[in-house]
Design a protein around this ligand. Structure first.
Ligand code: ADP
Length: 312
C-alpha cells in the first residue's frame, strides 16, 4: 500500500498560517497517534513538488533526537498538497506557557527548557540542518514534558506566501541582525540568536525585541544590544540591506547591562545570554559552545522534565 493509505485522519487539531494539522493514527493500529500536517502548497510548486522537494524534506526523517520532532512519513495527498506525518505532541508549545498567567515558573524550569532547545538545535547543526525559525510557538511539548523543535522552514518554504496573510505575520522578533540586513551567506548561529531571544523571553515573559517592521526591528536591536558598526562587526556595512544608523550610535552593551536587564538569570546566565546575542555572527557562540557553558552546571539545577510546569 502507498504511504498515503497507511494513515487515517481523525480530526482537525488546528490551522496555522500555511498548514492544517490533523490528529491521525496508523490504519493498522488505533493507539499509534500521529499529527498529520497538510501544507497548503503553492500552485507554482505543485508540479515540481514531486521528487526534489520531497527528497529534501525526507532528509528530516533521518534526524532522530529526543528534542527534535520525529517526522515519520511524507506523502502527497490527492489534491497534491504535501503531508507530513509527525510525532503527536499534546501539551502545546512554549508560547502558551509563557503567556499563561496561571502558570508560574522559575529559573530552574527555564534552564531545563533551554537545555532541551539547545541540545535539539545542536543536533540539527551537527547534521547540517538549520532551523531558521526558532521561536516559542515552534517549540512543542511532549506528554513527558520534553521540548521538541518543530516546524522546520524547509517544508514551509513550499507553502503559498499569499495564503492567509492576516492569520499570523511571519515573526521577525527572533530574526538575527545578519538576516535583517539581507546576508546571503549565513551560518548555524542564526539559530543561536533566535535561541537567545527565546531565553530572554522566557526570563521576561514578554518578547524582548518586538519590532513592528524589519527596519524597526534593527532599530530596537541597536537600542537593546548596541548599534552594529564596522568596529564591532567588520563587514556589516557591506551587507545588502544595511542602513546607516543616523545620528544615534549606541555603544555595545556589556555584562552589567545584561545582568541589570535579566537579574533572574544571575551573572552566569547573563553571560550566556550575551554570548548568544552577539551582533557579529562570527563572534557569536555556536550551539556546541553553548552546551559547554558554566550555566548548565551552576545552581539551580534544571528541573526534571516530568516536574516542569505544564498547561492545565
Ligand atoms: P501555528 O504555527 O500557527 O501554530 P501550525 O500549522 O504549526 O500553526 O499548527 C496548527 C495547530 O496544530 C497548532 O494549534 C498546533 O499546536 C497544532 N499542532 C501542530 N503540530 C502538532 C503536533 N505535532 N502535535 C500536536 N499538535 C500539533
Amino acid at each position: 500500500a502507498s504511504v498515503r493509505q497507511k494513515y487515517v485522519k481523525d480530526k482537525k487539531l488546528g490551522e496555522g498560517t500555511y498548514a492544517v494539522v490533523y490528529l491521525g493514527h496508523m490504519k493498522a493500529d488505533f493507539s499509534s497517534l500521529v499529527a498529520i500536517k497538510k501544507i497548503k502548497v503553492n500552485a507554482e510548486y505543485r508540479d515540481g513538488l514531486s521528487m526534489d522537494a520531497i527528497r529534501e524534506v525526507k532528509y528530516l526523517q533521518e534526524l532522530s533526537h529526543p528534542n527534535v520532532i520525529a517526522l515519520h512519513d511524507v506523502f502527497s495527498s490527492k489534491d497534491r498538497n504535501l503531508n507530513l506525518v509527525l510525532e503527536f505532541l499534546p501539551l502545546g508549545d512554549l508560547e502558551m506557557l509563557i503567556k499563561d498567567e496561571n502558570i508560574q515558573y522559575g529559573v530552574a524550569d527555564i534552564k531545563a527548557w533551554m537545555g532541551m532547545l539547545v541540545r535539539g538545535t545542536w543536533f540539527c547543526h551537527e547534521n547540517f540542518v538549520l532551523h531558521r525559525d526558532i521561536k516559542p510557538n515552534n517549540l512543542l511539548i511532549a506528554a513527558d514534558g520534553e521540548v521538541k523543535l518543530a516546524d522546520f522552514g524547509l517544508a514551509r518554504s513550499f507553502a503559498d506566501p499569499y495564503l492567509n496573510m492576516t492569520h499570523q505575520v511571519i515573526t521577525r522578533w527572533y530574526r538575527p541582525p545578519e538576516l535583517l540586513f539581507g546576508a546571503r551567506h549565513y551560518s548555524t548561529v542564526v539559530d543561536v540568536w533566535s535561541m537567545g531571544m527565546v531565553f530572554a523571553e522566557l526570563l521576561l515573559r514578554v518578547p524582548f525585541v518586538a519590532g513592528s517592521s524589519d527596519m524597526d526591528q534593527i532599530a530596537k536591536i541597536s537600542e537593546a544590544f548596541g548599534t552594529p558598526t564596522e568596529e564591532n562587526w567588520p563587514g556589516v556595512t557591506k551587507l545588502p540591506n544595511y542602513v546607516p544608523p543616523g545620528d544615534r550610535v549606541n555603544p555595545l552593551q556589556g555584562r552589567d547591562f545584561f545582568l541589570r536587564q535579566f537579574p533572574t538569570a544571575g551573572p552566569v546566565g547573563a553571560d550566556l545570554l550575551m554570548s548568544m546575542t552577539t551582533l557579529d555572527p562570527r563572534k557569536r557562540s555556536t550551539a556546541r559552545e553553548i552546551l559547554g557553558h558554566n550555566w548548565w552546571k551552576s545552581d539551580p539545577k534544571p528541573t526534571s522534565k516530568e516536574a516542569l510546569p505544564r498547561k492545565s
